[in-house]
Design a binder for this molecule. Structure first.
Ligand SMILES: Nc1ncnc2c1ncn2[C@@H]1O[C@H](COP(=O)(O)OP(=O)(O)OP(=O)(O)O)[C@@H](O)[C@H]1O
Length: 473
């Protein structure tokens, strides 16, 4: 390992023999090691010292390592935590990783394994500290600071190499698609195709949908007849990502079940099934479990898909991630010049932290992109990010025609209405237009979701939009 002198481990282990031996071996490898033997001492150590990595035993004399970590996790930030366990096996490891633990070592383990993990974490920390770092750095991986996201990251890492189906659930815009892509990129499938199936956009007619999904044999005439591969075949040995899986028709659910259970698929017109080698990752914001009780989703398929159930928490449940994500989106929109061209004013950051983010990361990204486009100064403030809250709105621009939904409405002051020129009806329509437009943008233009968020029926929303001159995207 390089730069060992800079590495340090906080070791919390009550077993004197193992503790002494680990200290010796780590010091020999040039790793500064602080060893304590109880949870209380561990807590005191971690409050005054931030190591490269925390290595903690699960059974401690005064408190369990699990309880200690659960309590300290919010303060540990991005400091990696590895637990040593002789008991419990995988169930315990999964529970610990849900707490935010980064990895575990089953006793007895070779010290080389520990050193390997340590150097990996050190590499990640260097990448995070370096703004020019690549995919593993802060630019490539923002929003993983909070305990639930750290836990998810650990789970992704552990399962990236396995082929088990994964079901990703979470609110709209929380990052399910992003997570699916990460799972693909983290394993050896990264070199293989990542094929997205938007289940909501498959043709309504079964034969057409089957052809898109499974492919079709004998397309064309006579000897020129050939097989047109479907999305399933195109996935090869990579990942087949089934987005919005709850939208899949009952007939296609049956085809998918065969794919998952038997690892084969039959293109339209083919006599012999083809082998299926890709990993299936499905995502939905719907509650599949309750759909199975209403028989709108097959229970057997749900069981098969949810071997590993990853829940992406909504942004409001991980406030620790907001600042980093906001800076990341700002850097992206300004082509990496955030520090020199744009910055968040204090009230801007405070407003971002206080918002409840019903549209999750998509809403955050949209608001920042819009603010960077329309902000009057290089300091992005609360009014740039939440223009709908400011008293002065923008005038309905008759000449511009209907405003496309999902795109921000201008908050440019030159467009704003001069005080006293608006009738009450105009002011109300303007506020309504802005609000509907924003909620639709937050929900990716999906009328159903936006209607739910606005507390009206789809038809009412559609009517209002028509009357206000708003067009669906
Ligand atoms: N950890 C992350 N870091 C950076 N950007 C992210 C992260 N997670 C999500 N995003 C971005 O946030 C936006 C929304 O994410 P994504 O499309 O994955 O959400 P989703 O949960 O799949 O939404 P939907 O259910 O509406 O399809 C995308 O632009 C995505 O690139």
């Amino acid at each position: 390992m390089n730069q060992e002198a800079a590495l340090s481990v906080a070791l919390i282990e009550d077993d004197a023999v193992l503790g002494r031996s680990l200290v010796q071996r780590l010091r020999l490898a040039g790793v500064a090691t602080h060893w304590v033997r109880s949870a209380a001492e561990g807590e005191a150590l971690l409050r005054r010292h931030r190591p490269t990595m925390v290595l903690c035993d699960i059974r401690l004399p005064d408190e369990s390592g699990e309880a200690l970590i659960a309590r300290l996790m919010p303060e540990l930030g991005t400091t990696p935590v590895v637990v040593m366990t002789a008991y419990g096996g995988i169930e315990q490891a999964v529970r610990l990783m849900r707490l935010g633990v980064d990895d575990y070592l089953a006793k007895p383990f070779p010290v080389q394994q520990l050193l390997h993990k340590l150097s990996g974490f050190a590499e990640l920390q260097r990448a995070r500290a370096d703004p020019e770092a690549g995919a593993a750095g802060a630019q490539g991986m923002p929003g993983w600071r909070s305990p639930p996201m750290r836990a998810l990251h650990s789970l992704l890492g552990r399962t990236a190499e396995t082929g088990v189906p994964v079901l990703i659930t979470g609110e709209s815009g929380a990052g399910k698609g992003y997570m699916a892509r990460m799972l693909h990129d983290m394993g050896s499938r990264a070199q293989e195709p990542f094929v997205v199936v938007d289940c909501a956009a498959l043709p309504a007619e079964l034969a057409q949908a089957e052809a898109v999904l499974l492919g079709q044999e004998g397309v064309g005439q006579g000897s020129a007849a050939e097989e047109v591969p479907g999305l399933v075949g195109q996935a090869g040995a990579g990942t087949l990502f089934l987005d919005e899986i709850a939208e899949l028709s009952t007939a296609l659910q049956a085809r998918l079940l065969r794919l998952v259970e038997e690892q084969v698929f039959l293109p339209v017109g083919a006599r012999r099934p083809r082998p299926f080698r890709a990993r299936i990752v499905a995502a939905t914001h719907a509650d599949l479990r309750s759909m199975t009780t209403r028989s709108s989703f097959r229970q057997d398929l749900w069981f098969r898909l949810s071997v590993l159930d990853l829940i992406v928490p909504p942004l409001r449940d991980r406030p620790e991630d907001i600042d980093e994500l906001a800076c990341y989106f700002l850097r992206r929109v300004t082509g990496g010049r955030a520090e020199t061209s744009f910055n968040f004013a204090a009230d801007g950051l405070a407003a971002l932290r206080a918002h409840s983010w019903p549209g999750n990361l998509r809403e955050l990204r949209n608001r920042i992109e819009r603010a960077a486009l329309f902000a009057a100064t290089s300091q992005i403030g609360a009014a740039d990010l939440f223009p709908e809250r400011s008293r002065s709105g923008e005038p309905p621009d008759a000449a511009a025609g209907p405003h496309p939904v999902g795109q921000p409405m201008s908050s440019n002051s030159s467009d704003s209405i001069e005080e006293g020129r608006q009738s009450l009806a105009e002011a109300r329509d303007l506020a309504e237009r802005q609000h509907i437009s924003l909620v639709l943008a937050e929900h990716g233009g999906r009328l159903g979701d936006a209607a739910r968020a606005l507390g009206v029926s789809r038809t009412t929303l559609w009517d209002r939009m028509r009357r206000l001159g708003l067009k669906a995207r």
